[in-house]
Unconditional design. Structure first.
Length: 353
């Protein structure tokens, strides 16, 4: 069984980098670069390393990523590629792996991802003399699944654990920095959430809604101020009515509004059925929607496509009138009105301002 040592290195949120160390035997034409299945870091490696998982799917992705690679995969000594910027020393090649030779071997004594290696200089003699013995590939891995995503390069090493300076070098060299969030966009999202609007609300709709809401609040504040100013004076019977009378009037207004909404809903439904926008089996659903939210029924009927095959076939030939009334708003604008308790006229007035 091959000896294995691995170290995980923190990277950008989209991936993590891993350095694994595998035993190399002299005379091998193909060397194992990544072991198959799940593998962990043993004692001595950095805490938190692994687990990683090489699956047939992830192996296929790594092979595909390297198939069109023009340069061979470098094998250096002791990860000098990562340390050259710090120590100023040259990067010398110990060998090269042909990227087009990568192959996945799921069976055998040591299954995994293999590649054909060409040792250069006196590397073969160093391996034969057991002066250096481990191959340490560097690859990015999915932080959620631990699956390798690519194969960057590798090193011959006698040190199975990789220390912090190399971790920093890997992060700086291969990990794209996370772009900072736009403070203005973050503030806009917070403001939309504070007033109960979805993130997708446009800036124009949000500003119009806020302006209308402010005007409504200012009017209410003026009324409260006027009431407070006249609270100490004796109310004029010609200007004020008893609370019981006002309550009765409010109840009548509520009942009248409900009846008006029911009548409007009936007209909308009949017209929609006549125009082929609703079917007769949908009548009960539409009536329920109209009782609950007449604005939502208006929006549905306005946006629903007319089906020519159904037009005029559900009213037994009766001519239906088209609904009239308030100017229709878009679904986004209706959502703003509903969230802020505004009427369509209040919203339109401040949007056109």
């Amino acid at each position: 069984m091959a000896r294995l040592h691995c170290t995980a290195l923190s990277a950008a949120p989209r991936s993590t980098l891993a350095v694994c160390t595998l035993r190399v035997r002299p005379g091998q034409e193909y060397i194992r670069l990544i072991p198959d299945g799940e593998f962990h870091a043993p004692r001595g490696a950095m805490a938190g390393a692994g687990p990683w998982r090489l699956t047939p799917e992830s192996a296929a992705r790594v092979i595909a990523a390297n198939r069109s690679r023009a340069a061979d995969i470098l094998i250096d000594f002791e990860h000098q590629t990562l340390l050259s910027e710090q120590n100023g020393q040259r990067v010398l090649a110990a060998g090269w792996v042909d990227p087009r030779s990568l192959e996945y071997r799921p069976t055998g004594e040591e299954p995994g991802l293999y590649g054909r290696v060409k040792w250069v200089g006196d590397t073969a003699q160093l391996l034969e003399a057991d002066l250096i013995r481990y191959i340490s590939p560097v690859f990015p891995a999915d932080p959620q699944t631990g699956e390798p995503l690519d194969l960057y390069h590798a090193a011959l090493t006698n040190f199975p654990a990789i220390d912090e300076p190399i971790s920093a070098a890997l992060s700086a060299r291969y990990c794209a920095p996370t772009p900072p969030e736009d403070p203005q966009m973050d503030l806009l999202k917070k403001l939309l959430a504070a007033i109960g609007l979805p993130d997708a609300t446009s800036e124009a709709d949000a500003l119009a809604g806020v302006a209308a809401l402010k005007a409504k609040a200012d009017a209410a504040e003026a009324q409260i101020t006027a009431l407070k100013a006249g609270s100490a004076a004796q109310p004029d019977p010609a200007k004020y009515v008893p609370i019981e009378t006002m309550k009765g009037m409010q109840d009548q207004i509520v009942a009248l509004s409900a009846r008006i909404n029911d009548d409007e809903a009936a007209r909308l439904i009949e017209s929609a059925i006549a125009d082929g926008k609703l079917t007769e089996p949908q009548r009960a659903w539409a009536e329920g929607l109209g009782k609950k939210d007449i604005a939502a029924l208006r929006a549905y009927v306005s946006s629903a496509p007319a089906i020519a095959a159904l037009k005029g076939m559900q009213t037994q030939g009766k001519e239906m009138g088209k609904p009239t009334g308030t100017t229709q708003l878009t679904e986004s604008e209706l959502a703003v009105c509903k969230a802020m308790g505004l009427s369509a006229d209040e919203f339109i007035k401040h949007k056109e301002a």
